[in-house]
Design a protein around this ligand. Sequence first.
Ligand SMILES: [Zn+2]
Ligand SMILES: [Zn+2]
Length: 228
Amino acid sequence: MKAALLVGPQKIEIRDLPVPVPREGEVLVRVREAGICGTDFAKYRGDLGGDFPVIAGHEAVGEIADLGLGVVGIHIGERVAIQPNFACGQCETCRSGMENICPNRVRLGLDVDGVFAEYVTAPRKYVWTLPEGLSDSAAALTEPLALALHGFQKSAPVPTALIARKELLIQGAMTYRDEFRAAIDLLQKGEIRSDLFITNIYPLEKLPEALAGFRSPQRVKDIVKISS
Ligand SMILES: [Zn+2]
Ligand SMILES: [Zn+2]
C-alpha cells in the first residue's frame, strides 16, 4: 500500500508498505480522506517525542476492507469514521467509566501507525458507521468536531445546536467521551458544516508540502485525499 512514513522529524517518505492485517477484534479500513491536525504537525516537527518511523494521521473516513476474528455488527464496504484513541478497557480509570482518559490508551498515528496510508487497522469498537449523504471530507472531520462538542458540553449547560448559530472558540486539551455519534448526527443534519473549514485538499504525495505550510495564515483545515 502507499503510505506517508514519517522516518524522523521533518522527514516524510512516500513508501510502498505491506497492508496491515487486522488482529482479533480489529477491522481493516481503506482510507479515503484524512484531516491534518496540529498533533500531526507537532509529531512531524519532532515536538511530541515518541518513536519513528511511524505513519501519522488520526482523523479519517474510509470503508471497511477486512474483518479480524470475532468482529460482528459491521460489514466489508461500510463507510466509517475512526475514533483514534483506543482505551485499554482494563485499568481502574477504564473500569470507572472514564475510558477517554485511560492512561494506557493507544493513540492512532502516534503510538501505532495512523491514517496517512491507503489502509489502517483499528479496533471494531472504535469505528463508527456513517450515514449516506454525508460527504467524505465532512466526515473526515468527525473527530475534531467530537472534541469540540466534548469541550463545549463540559464548559456550559447549553444545547449543542447553539454551536451552529454562534461562533465559538474552544481551546484546551479535550478528550471526547461519547460525542462521536452526536458529531455524526450534527454533520448529517447539516447543523454543522465542517466542510466550510476545509482550505486545501492534497494528494498523499503532497503531505510534506501540506505539513510544511501548516502555519500559513490562509490555512484553516487541510485534508489529504488518499483514495476514492
Ligand atoms: Zn486531530
Ligand atoms: Zn485503561
